[in-house]
Design a binder for this molecule. Structure first.
Ligand SMILES: [Fe+2]
Length: 254
């Protein structure tokens, strides 16, 4: 399995703090059936700043550690960019980096709002040849309450990635339900663990895939897996025509 969104590099964000801890996290990834991860450290999220030139050498040295310790896991370079107005400039100068040198770039929204400039920013970076992937939109309050806003981004060519834990029963019912709607309305294209450690935020991608296959539809799970592989080859991904999530109207006598 390929896991596109992970915090596995030592001492760089809120993932493992030491090389030893990172090796344990890597071993747990391998034990959970993951063969390749993209390391996506937080960048400009208010707590961590990790430019490309900090990530790339660390990916290289950590792969050497993994090889030396016999951990069967390959780590590729990526980044989780919190949205900001300088993103296109940062992509141009290498401060912001894409997933494994592809055209696909992870973009994280704040937990509550969708900034007004986001639409123009997405247009600009798409015009430059990048494909934005909104990470875990199910954790953004505005998207949950106004799914039309997410629909518009997807309709305009953005992709999205949901987190495995959102479909497992470890999130709120509302998030679980919204995540399921994102899948069935073709508003999401990848699932990842967003693992930070081997404990509270683990490599649970396999369990997430199992729930999608068993409870929603095996073809969705297969598409997610195929799309993850295609990112690493910088190929186009499978995208079904997005559908609007219609809110149920509560009828009553007034
Ligand atoms: Fe993350």
């Amino acid at each position: 399995m390929i896991d596109l969104h992970t915090h596995i590099l030592p001492g760089i964000d809120d993932g493992p703090q030491s090389v030893e801890e990172a090796l344990d996290v890597a071993a747990s990834a391998a034990a959970n059936g993951v063969s390749t991860v993209v390391a996506t450290p937080h960048h400009r999220n208010g707590a961590f700043t990790n430019p490309g030139d900090a990530i790339l050498p660390l990916v290289h040295s950590f792969n050497q550690e993994l090889k030396a310790k016999g951990v069967p896991l390959t780590v590729l370079a990526g980044q989780e960019n919190r949205i900001h107005g300088d993103l296109l400039d940062e992509l141009r100068d290498g401060t912001a980096i894409t997933l494994h040198h592809s055209r696909y770039v992870f973009i994280e929204f704040p937990s509550v709002e969708v900034p007004a400039y986001a639409k123009q920013l997405f247009f600009d970076i798409q015009m430059e040849g990048y494909v934005p992937i909104i990470v875990h939109p199910e954790r953004n309050k505005t998207f949950v309450e106004q799914p039309e806003k997410l629909y518009q981004f997807v309709k305009n060519g953005a992709l999205t990635q949901i987190t495995a834990r959102s479909i497992l029963n470890r999130s709120s019912k509302r998030v679980r339900r919204f995540t399921e709607q994102l899948i069935t309305h073709h508003l999401t294209h990848f699932m990842s663990s967003d693992a930070h450690n081997a404990g509270s935020r683990p490599f649970d991608l396999k369990r997430g895939y199992d729930v999608v296959a068993d409870e929603i539809g095996a073809h969705y799970m297969e598409t997610f897996q195929l799309n993850a592989a295609r990112i690493l080859e910088n190929k186009s991904v499978l995208v079904d025509r997005p559908e609007r999530i219609k809110k149920k109207r509560i009828m009553g006598l007034f």
